[in-house]
Ligand binder design. Structure first.
Ligand code: GDP
Ligand code: MG
Length: 163
């Protein structure tokens, strides 16, 4: 049984970009397609010699009658329940936002292990955001660039224990 990794975090931090990189193909259907609502996508991920199931979460972007807090809570609870490990992505260029803090707060209380990932760090960018990320109380963030494929060996090392 491959282990399961859920990618969580606020909109626009790069969750789907990381999902596509780990699954290794550009999926024809992207989350931003107008009118297409996709709350979650699952795929087979490869990272070094690791194979695992990866889950991309979405759906906080769309207008809804349910509150943002309610949707975030539901999505995060589902990720916690099904995953062996959660990747909490934040945008190192944007720094820590209130919504990042809310995700961290929920994940810190969960029994599911969490790996904090600071995305958009290509070429050493996002230094101050990476420092801010320590405020989330989830340890040192893994610097990554999902778009440029940088930091994948550190991500490998953080996931390897769950294989
Ligand atoms: P999601 O809403 O969390 O799924 O985020 P997306 O994967 O849709 O990415 C949101 C935006 O951030 C897009 O414009 C991406 O091209 C951009 N992005 C994602 N990863 C990176 C990265 O590593 N570096 C930079 N500079 N931009 C990124
Ligand atoms: Mg997305």
């Amino acid at each position: 049984m491959p282990f399961k990794v859920a990618i969580v975090g606020r909109p626009n931090v790069g969750k789907s970009t990381l999902f596509n990189r780990l699954v290794g193909k550009k999926l024809a259907l992207v989350d931003d397609t107008p009118g297409v609502t996709r709350d979650r996508r699952e795929g087979e991920a490869h990272l070094g010699d690791l194979t695992f199931t990866v889950v991309d979460t979405a759906g906080l972007e769309e207008a809804s009658t349910e509150s943002l807090e309610g949707r975030m809570r539901r999505q995060t609870d589902a990720a916690i329940a099904e995953a062996d490990v959660c990747l909490l992505l934040m945008d190192a260029r944007a720094g820590v936002t209130p919504l990042d803090k809310r995700f961290a707060q929920i994940l810190r209380k969960s029994p599911t292990p969490v790996v904090l990932v600071a995305n958009k760090c290509e070429g050493g960018a996002g230094e101050s955001g990476r420092m801010e990320a320590f405020e989330l109380g989830l340890g040192a963030p893994i610097p990554l660039s999902a778009e440029h494929g940088e930091g994948l060996s550190a991500l490998y090392q953080s996931l390897q224990p769950y294989a």
